[in-house]
Design a protein around this ligand. Structure first.
Ligand SMILES: CC(C)(COP(=O)(O)OP(=O)(O)OC[C@H]1O[C@@H](n2cnc3c(N)ncnc32)[C@H](O)[C@@H]1OP(=O)(O)O)[C@@H](O)C(=O)NCCC(=O)NCCS
Length: 81
């Protein structure tokens, strides 16, 4: 999960933070990253999809308010052809 101070949002900080996290994970040998995000959180979904995350499942009523979570994954390893 990434979060940016509401007063500093939409200035590229979330993208930079996520990029740094993913680069760190990749450098440590991580092959796949996964996360949950509220199906209603349009800003975060757009951020994660820009970074290459795809939806692979749903956790129904994952949050206390009953909202569903999307399970999103990003693969680091390249496909060899
Ligand atoms: C999601 C969050 C981290 C984005 O951080 P941010 O610094 O505002 O994001 P950035 O400025 O780096 O924007 C990167 C991309 O995110 C998406 N995005 C950010 N804010 C958005 C908004 N209000 N609506 C739609 N898309 C948005 C866009 O795709 C954007 O790319 P673009 O500028 O090319 O359109 C921020 O909104 C946040 O902290 N939200 C509350 C915490 C939260 O929900 N975290 C995720 C929990 S899983």
């Amino acid at each position: 999960m990434v979060a940016v101070d509401p007063n500093k949002q939409q200035q590229g900080l979330g993208r930079s933070l996520l990029k740094a996290l993913l680069e760190c994970a990749k450098s440590m040998g991580c092959k796949v990253a996964s996360l949950e995000v509220s199906a209603k959180n349009k800003a975060a979904i757009a951020l994660y999809e820009q970074a290459g995350f795809i939806t692979c499942g749903i956790r129904k009523s994952y949050y206390r308010n009953g909202d569903n979570a999307l399970i999103k994954v990003k693969q680091f390893c390249e496909v060899l052809t």
